[in-house]
Design a protein around this ligand. Structure first.
Ligand SMILES: [Zn+2]
Length: 233
């Protein structure tokens, strides 16, 4: 079932990525490490979608096939799961071999992650200045509402445990005070998300089309928001 468009030499380049490691006090929540293998293998066999496979010396590993992925990559996620993303042209065998060759790398990062998480657990986040946060978020909401022609009823800035923002049926918008800890781009994403809900009460195609107009690729931002899950860590 194998067919190779090129020779079977596998490793062409290795890249380590440490994204936004220090730009936020709670950096450990967002620790994520990826190693990438550029590969020229051409593979036609239908692949598994997502599967947990136990790897000697590492334990359970999540293997996921991605239609969009261009590279074979290994990611150590904040919850200490190891994930191997497999582009559609790469076989599971190759993915496993790649992981086998990177076990020391994965272990090193798992250890580092554990240490950081222990340190993080001992260092609470610095408190938010509530009145400053309220002013900043209200000002930004008003600015964006005016800029894009939205009307809302009331605004509440709260310490919410599970949500970044809500928009009620009466168009009252609640924003989570913790938003001020996020990058500006994501603050705007949440605020605009709630503003667009004043017109679209669901997450329909129309809703996302309008979001895209304001923020570019809204779903990319929605994905980034997942890195900042509430109630974790
Ligand atoms: Zn929504």
């Amino acid at each position: 079932m194998h067919s190779f468009a090129f020779s079977t030499t596998h490793i062409y380049s290795l890249t380590l990525i440490y994204p936004h490691f220090l730009d936020f006090p709670a950096c450990i929540r967002y620790y994520s490490t990826t190693i990438i293998l550029t590969i020229l293998e051409y593979y036609k066999e239908p692949m598994l979608k997502s599967n947990i496979i136990t790897i000697d010396g590492l334990g359970p590993v999540l293997f996921t096939t991605s239609l969009r992925a261009k590279y074979l990559s290994i990611t150590i996620k904040p919850d200490q799961t190891v994930k191997v993303t497999i582009p559609k042209r790469v076989s599971l065998t190759t993915a496993k071999k790649f992981l086998q060759s990177k076990i020391p790398w994965a272990k090193k990062h798992l250890n580092r992650l554990q240490k950081l998480q222990q340190n993080y657990a001992q260092t609470p986040l610095p408190p938010i200045n509530k009145s400053k946060a309220k002013t900043a978020l209200t000002t930004r909401l008003n600015y964006l509402a005016q800029k894009y022609g939205f009307k809302y009823n009331k605004i509440f800035i709260r310490n919410q445990k599970t949500k970044w923002g809500t928009c009620s049926s009466k168009n009252n918008i609640s924003l989570n005070m913790d938003l001020v800890r996020l990058p500006k781009e994501l603050q705007d994403y949440v605020i605009l998300h709630e503003l667009v809900h004043t017109k679209h009460k669901n997450h329909s195609k129309k809703f996302w089309a309008q979001m895209d107009k304001f923020v570019g690729d809204a779903k990319r931002l929605r994905k980034r928001m997942r890195e900042y899950r509430l109630g974790v860590g």
